[in-house]
Design a protein around this ligand. Sequence first.
Ligand code: HEM
Ligand code: HEM
Ligand code: SF4
Ligand code: SF4
Length: 353
Amino acid sequence: MAKTDIGPPNYKNFLPPVIQKNYGKWKHHEILKPGLLKHVAESGDELYTVRVGSGRLLSTDHIREICEIADKYCDGYLRFTSRHNVEFLLTDKNRVDALIAELKSKNYPVGGTGHSITNIVHTQGWVHCHTPATDASGPVKAVMDELYDYFVTMKLPAHVRIALACCLNMCGAVHCSDIAILGIHRTVPKPDHSRVPNVCEIPTTIASCPTGAIRPDPKTKSVVINEEKCMYCGNCYTVCPALPLADAENDGISIWVGGKVSNARSAPMFSKLVIPYLPNNPPRWPETVAAVKNIVEIYAKQGRKHERMGEWIDRVGWERFFRLTGIEFTDKHIDDFTLAPNTFRTTTQFKWG
Ligand code: HEM
Ligand code: HEM
Ligand code: SF4
Ligand code: SF4
């Protein structure tokens, strides 16, 4: 029978032969130097991985060049990681140095492994999405330019993972990164009463609000938003495009720290708010760059070997974190959301009843 829904092709068809052959039978890996990994299989087979950072939004010319380099050294085998890094995979140890030399000569940053700051994973930003409170690629470029040295070396106490999400939907899983740059809105949506009745379904729009801030207005066949209740999450805008939320003056960036996905030594952690608001300041985002760099540098000095940012803060205490970094503690840091007792006491592993 003809197949009508075949789905994506099986990823196993695209694995490099050495990975297919040793599938599930890898013994260990080591990081030989920044940007160079060696995986050894039980059979003794070896796989070398050279990791370089990408500019995240790539031109087709640039992708072609990356593919040509992979054809030349790696029989075409390369992969893009979820942090926008590019990994060249090769089995011939003797070609590794030449590959790295060519990459460096073409200004590819080789690194992003181990105790480094690897590329920043980011969401879509002003380029693509409809709800961003900030740009994505712009602040990330500015921050990574400043932290470049931490990409090509492995001199930090542990991994530092930075993520950016341009609104609270947090596509980029910023809640579990050592440092999170998160776009925030600070003003209520502005209903366009001439469009709401035509493009939106009133009951679904009302139901979309987590705080019950929206009520119908039968007179205008539109809706009214209660400013006191609204928390600027933008959920209603996703449902009803006639409730735009973007505000050129008041949208901006917040900084969160201490999250991690890893289970090693301590439970995974969620990031916590440390800077409630920084202005959107393109094209070089000086306030955001300075804030992130300050946190990284204090952690680099204070953290113990293998201690992730959240573990360091847990050890020294949040009071000390704020004192050491010089970040001001304000009323905005206090979570007064109705469900705060639940969110306070929740980790990915454990929850108080
Ligand atoms: C068995 C489960 C998982 C596997 C095998 C896995 C594997 C990976 C790999 C290979 C990367 C790329 C690293 C790089 O590009 O340098 C990555 C990145 C990432 N993963 Fe996972 N992952 C898993 C589960 C999760 C879960 C449950 C979450 C979130 C709740 C998550 C969030 C992330 C994030 C945010 C990144 C980018 C940050 C980073 O590189 O540290 N992952 N993951
Ligand atoms: C409105 C909600 C969301 C949208 C529209 C969305 C969309 C996307 C898109 C388009 C990507 C890029 C995929 C690619 O590179 O091909 C992505 C990546 C990612 N998303 Fe989401 N996502 C959403 C919610 C979430 C949530 C809630 C989480 C985590 C709890 C999450 C975790 C991630 C991670 C870790 C990545 C990076 C992995 C990668 O680049 O391959 N997303 N998302
Ligand atoms: S984080 Fe928000 S604004 Fe940014 S791409 Fe995701 S949904 Fe869109
Ligand atoms: S922005 Fe969020 S809290 Fe405010 S009205 Fe819309 S859904 Fe409700």
